[in-house]
Design a protein around this ligand. Structure first.
Ligand code: GLC
Length: 555
């Protein structure tokens, strides 16, 4: 299945054709590099693997790819623990491979967005090692070091909890062997939070951004874009289970107003480069209005719309989130983004299934319908690798295969109701099946870092290609139509009358109908059927829309 690249690489960077505002309606495919394609047989996906399969992504109709971190890292959190922001980890290749990948993408008309991880570094970053080596030294001001509370400093400096479970502070041991200060890590202990009050930290990230922009990337996905600034004095929160509050209220470590000034300065930096380079915020904000602050005209270009991702399979709730999202982004002149899955959440094929009640296939039916709905909405869509194959979450991974640090930091037997086989992030990171058979279903010649279910043979790219009923061909068809229908991306949208449980929306040249009910509904035929996530049947002047399905109609 590996497609040979016949393109010869030019010596000068090639920029994709100029189209200002390309991002406003772009379909951007998230490549989780370690699980996409492995070229060298170590069982871990790499940049060459990605490059070899870029023609496949271009052929599907993607506008851009977003690559998860491939920088030098001890991999304590899948590469979101960066030890050197300017080098490629040998697991994933070399800087030359990154350069080749960007050039090839551009030749194919694909833009490339890379991750930047500014909230924290790895504990193996030279800055942190220096800080540990010098108690009380200036190097510590680049992080958050504090003396502990209690008579002997034996208690953490405040009550903040790590997003991955446990306290957000770890006590250090000084070089002389005595217990010393504590440092803050909102994620794993291997991910110390950087102190963005330090001018050195700011200057370093400006330089890192320039490094990758000079290499030709088209933008950045900004990891934890809502976390860099902490409330002055690092005040206590006064309650436990703080992770449950993320995204529903402003916390002293998340969504502080101070982060916006950083994003404004990055926007100036991005704008100083030719070719419409963009910044997209991974920001968990409590409301659509607060999220919209990240995409004001002088800030970032996009922010992931997690309100929509969290929305249950319910027509009224979906309509409400869509309206709120559009209104909030419209108020600042930004496009909305739509995202159903990523490498941190349970895949939507599994999320949308109602357990045993829904029957087999319900989750996939809903996932296919949701894909058509989001691709019909105004704005830009982010697709997570494998959703175009309808992959489900893998819920039976053996514990010894798991690598998500959250899994190891939460109680082993699910006493918090979260542990067990669901709720951790390895299940959505299982390497892609490319072929029906063969070593790791074509992921690579040397196995796969997480075991793939046997049923994935039938979900492979090879098995689905050319099958008109497949999820892959559904996506291909939707993306092709999106390109053909002018104004679909960023144009206007209005709701049409529809029975309860059904959404009908009108876009330039298109009507989209979504039936979220468990039974079919009969509607007057809205137009000429273009695409449907499930087979339609007709009465006299009416169409029967199957349960859990979505259709596109030309008008
Ligand atoms: C973001 C990433 C996630 C990572 C965390 C810490 O939420 O998407 O994978 O664990 O940041 O960097």
């Amino acid at each position: 299945m590996t497609q040979e690249l016949t393109t010869s690489l030019p010596t000068e960077p090639v920029r994709p054709s100029e189209s200002p505002g390309w991002w406003r309606d772009a379909v951007i495919y998230q490549v989780y590099v370690r699980s996409f394609a492995d070229s060298d047989g170590d069982g871990i996906g790499d940049l060459r693997g990605v490059r070899e399969r870029l023609p496949h992504l271009a052929g599907l109709g993607m506008d851009a790819v977003w690559l998860t971190p491939f920088y030098a890292s001890p991999q304590a959190d899948g590469g979101y623990d960066v030890a050197d922001y300017r080098t490629v980890d040998p697991l994933f290749g070399t800087l030359g491979d990154a350069d080749d990948l960007v050039r090839t993408a551009h030749e194919l008309g694909l833009r490339v967005i890379v991750d930047v991880v500014p909230n924290h570094s790895s504990d193996q970053h030279p800055w942190f090692r220096e800080a540990l080596a010098e108690p009380g030294g200036a190097a510590r001001t680049r992080y958050h070091f504090r003396r502990g509370r209690g008579a002997h400093g034996e208690l953490p400096p405040n009550d903040w909890e790590s997003v991955f479970g446990g306290p957000a502070w770890t006590r250090t041991t000084d070089p002389d062997g005595t217990l010393g200060e504590w440092y803050l890590h909102l994620f794993a202990p291997e991910q110390p939070d950087l102190n963005w009050d330090s001018p050195e930290v700011r200057a370093e990230f400006d330089s890192v951004l320039r490094f990758w922009l000079d290499l030709g990337v088209d933008g950045f996905r900004i990891d934890v874009a809502h976390g860099m600034v902490k409330a002055a004095g690092l005040p206590d929160i006064g309650r436990t289970e703080q992770a449950k509050l993320i995204g529903s209220q402003v916390l002293p470590f998340f969504d502080q107003d101070g982060v916006h000034e950083i994003h404004r300065s990055w926007r100036r930096l991005l704008d100083s480069y030719p070719g419409d380079r963009i910044g997209v915020a991974e920001a968990w904000a409590p409301t659509a209005e607060r999220l919209a602050l990240y995409v004001r005209p002088d800030e970032l270009h996009q922010a992931f719309n997690f309100q929509f991702l969290k929305c249950p399979w319910d027509a009224a709730a979906m309509r409400e989130v869509i309206d709120e999202s559009l209104a909030a982004t419209r108020s600042v002149g930004a496009p909305t983004t739509w995202v159903l899955s990523n490498h941190d959440v349970v895949r939507h094929t599994t999320r949308y299934a109602d357990g045993a009640d829904g029957g087999p296939g319900q989750g996939l039916a809903r996932a296919r319908a949701a894909a058509l709905l989001t691709l019909a909405l105004p704005g830009s869509s982010y697709l997570y690798q494998g959703e175009e194959l309808g992959l489900p979450e893998v819920t039976d991974l053996p514990d010894e295969a798991r690598q998500d640090p959250a899994f190891f930091r939460t109680s082993p037997d699910g006493e918090d109701g979260q542990n067990g086989q669901d709720g951790f992030r390895d299940g959505c990171r299982v390497p892609l099946p490319w072929t029906r058979s063969g070593e790791s279903y074509g992921f690579g010649p040397g196995g796969s870092w997480l075991p793939q279910p046997d049923a994935w043979s039938g979900l492979s790219v090879e098995a689905q290609t050319g099958d008109p009923g497949s999820t892959l061909e559904l996506y291909r068809g939707a993306l092709a139509l999106r390109r053909e229908l002018p104004g679909l991306g960023d144009g206007p949208m209005s709701w049409l009358e529809a029975p309860a449980g059904v959404l009908a929306l009108s876009r330039p040249g298109l009507v989209c109908t979504l039936n979220t009910l468990g039974e079919e509904v009969e509607l007057p035929v809205p137009g000429r059927a273009l695409l449907s996530s499930a087979p339609l049947s007709y009465g006299a002047g009416t169409v029967r829309i199957p349960p859990d399905s979505c259709a596109w109609w030309a008008i």
